[in-house]
Write a new protein. Structure first.
Length: 258
């Protein structure tokens, strides 16, 4: 485990720096006016002001069970003041002059967290509430999606190890490729060696994974997060170019020597 500490430190620093950039970029995509309106609707819901909420609902979602649904969601809110409300998800789409704002918020209380979602729709310059959802959580999204090895499976350790080993292996092959006297299309060999093919992706938070057969990754590994509150996704890819080159290196050198 001691050998992993330098890599964990670097990864932590990278995550911290990228997190700052992600937060800045994320905030640029939050529609400020609509976000404020959505938060107001949630405040009215928490205060059990059902009449005010119903007035803002889109006609397409109004039915006989709306009151009961609003009461059920309102009961999820703790009977205390919210410590903070952060926008953790924002998606805006426009189709046929109708704009939809899908906004997700995280509410912090003294001993509880709530994840809420408000879907707004702007049609003919009129903004209405198209959807409302409230879900309790045991911890904040940042804590839930924190990069840690606590409670992780053997798969997490394997993918993490390969995410370190594959780039090192590719860099080693790249150096050898650069030094090998390949006369024709050497740049193609360098490009081939630098890429990993067939990506395997692991969601670090929940352990879910997927395979993308038709894909490639520079240096055969990488990581990304969809936002400052989203889980880290680790990607690894098979270093096909590096393997092929190392098998053919002697013959390539021999051909050029001849």
């Amino acid at each position: 485990m001691h050998i992993l500490k330098p890599f964990l430190a670097l990864l932590g620093l990278f995550t911290l720096l990228s997190g700052c950039d992600q937060q800045t970029m994320f905030e640029k995509f939050i529609p400020k006016e609509e976000s404020a309106i959505a938060k107001k609707v949630l405040s009215q819901l928490a205060a059990k002001n059902y009449g005010a909420v119903e007035k803002q609902l889109d006609p397409s979602v109004k039915n006989a069970s709306v009151q009961a649904a609003l009461e059920q969601m309102a009961a999820t809110f703790p009977s205390e003041e919210t410590k903070s409300v952060n926008t953790v998800g924002a998606n805006t789409s426009t189709v046929n002059d109708v704009t939809t704002y899908d906004l997700t918020f995280e509410h912090e209380f003294s001993n509880a967290w709530l994840l809420t979602n408000v879907v707004l729709q702007r049609r003919d310059n009129q903004l209405t509430v198209l959807g409302l959802h409230v879900n309790p959580m045991k911890q904040s999204l940042k804590e839930l999606n924190k990069f840690t090895f606590a409670g992780k499976s053997i798969l997490h350790y394997i993918v993490f190890g390969l995410a370190i080993a594959i780039p090192l292996f590719i860099v080693y092959a790249l150096v050898l490729c650069f030094r090998t006297p390949i006369v024709k299309r050497k740049w193609l060999w360098l490009l081939f060696v630098a890429l990993g093919f067939v990506q395997f992706s692991l969601n670090w938070t929940d352990g879910s994974y997927g395979i993308q057969p038709i894909s490639f990754a520079l240096l055969g590994a990488g990581s990304f997060s969809a936002g400052p509150y989203a889980p880290v996704i680790l990607n690894i890819a098979f270093p096909l170019g590096a393997v092929v080159f190392l098998f053919k290196r002697r013959s390539l050198g021999a051909i050029n020597a001849g």
